[in-house]
Design a protein around this ligand. Structure first.
Ligand code: CA
Length: 332
């Protein structure tokens, strides 16, 4: 008997099915929108099974021209590089794609004095099979909604968030603090960047929300949950943006809502999940630390960026993204 090919196996395997919508809005006070967003859901079942779907939100800074450029480079570079990377580990590919975005923005800033200080936050999620890899730099957030719970998966890299973690400020104080916009990490301002990656098991009917602080600073976690619970992604993104505007809309507002219709099979060649619990893992070890079951914020996993041992899959270099995939329209 002939063993099924990789393509046949990927078609036979249970596919992840997602419903998604995204929306960005300039808000009520700003003249320009420096946020950017994008998603990629590959149509090719082989690419979908092996690389999964990708969602990115970025909040640019450094003044109008610089901020828009930085957030755009981030979403473009990550969506291209992720699908070109040959690692089987979604978390490793995502990490490398974000590092590449950091280098591209840093280089662009160095080429032009007017763009000194150009940077962007970034929150990105890969959903593949039954696992999500969520990565962030800065204070754009990812929330996971399950049942009647909402959990902020990412940890903000901001001054106020550090004060909250140290027990020096409450969440409510942080929300209105004059220093709430000060972030402690971003893409583009340094040659290298530290990126957190959070692996999460996903379940049917879960929803994932990626957003900038123009939403999370104006609409409470519980209200985000309530809005997303009430309707599908299309209506949800509209109501989330509307609510942030009703609350003043002082900043640009961006949200992606992903609803998990059906989870897929475990990704091919996935090594068994390992809990990392914030433990330092050696640089030569790629670890899939998957938190499953209860919804509690996990510590970021440590991913090595060297190729996983025993890799058998290789992707050709060159864009796998277009024209085989649905790429969301960019905001106007
Ligand atoms: Ca912002």
């Amino acid at each position: 008997m002939v063993a099924p090919t990789l393509r046949e196996r990927s078609v036979l395997a249970k596919q992840l099915r997602l419903d998604v919508a995204q929306l960005t809005d300039v808000g009520r006070r700003r003249e320009h929108n420096e946020d950017n967003m994008a998603f990629v859901i590959p149509k090719d079942p082989l690419v979908m099974a092996n690389k999964g779907a990708l969602f990115i939100v970025a909040d640019g800074m450094g003044g109008h021209a610089a901020g828009e450029v930085a957030s755009e480079i981030a979403v473009d570079t990550i969506s291209n590089m992720y699908y070109q990377d040959d690692s089987e580990e979604g978390g490793v590919s995502l990490l490398r794609a974000i590092r590449r975005a950091n280098a591209s923005i840093h280089q662009r800033a160095a080429e032009n004095m007017l763009r000194t200080g150009m940077g962007t936050t970034c929150v990105a999620a890969v959903l593949r099979g039954n696992i999500a890899y969520i990565a962030n730099v800065g204070d754009s957030r990812a929330y996971l909604l399950r049942g009647n719970q909402v959990v902020q998966i990412t940890r903000d890299h901001s001054w106020v968030a550090e004060q909250v973690r140290a027990g020096l400020l409450t969440e409510d104080q942080a929300r209105t603090h004059t220093q709430r916009n000060v972030i402690t990490r971003c893409l583009g301002t340094q040659a290298d960047v530290e990126i957190d990656v959070f692996p999460e098991q996903i379940e049917e009917k879960d929803a994932l929300v990626l957003c900038t602080d123009g939403l999370s600073g104006l609409v409470s976690d519980d209200e985000i949950r309530r809005i997303v619970d009430q309707s599908g992604p299309q209506e949800s993104v509209y109501h989330l943006v509307e609510r942030a505007n009703e609350n003043g809309g002082p900043d640009n507002i961006t949200a992606i809502v992903v609803s998990v219709q059906e989870v897929g099979s475990e990704p091919p060649n996935t090594r068994h999940p390992v809990y990392v619990g914030g433990r330092e893992i050696g640089e030569d070890t790629a670890v899939l630390g998957v938190a499953s079951g209860s919804l509690v914020p996990a510590a970021p996993a440590m991913f090595s960026d060297s190729p996983a041992p025993g890799s058998s899959l290789r992707y050709p270099s060159g864009p796998l993204v277009s024209p085989e995939s649905i790429t969301a329209p960019q905001p106007i």
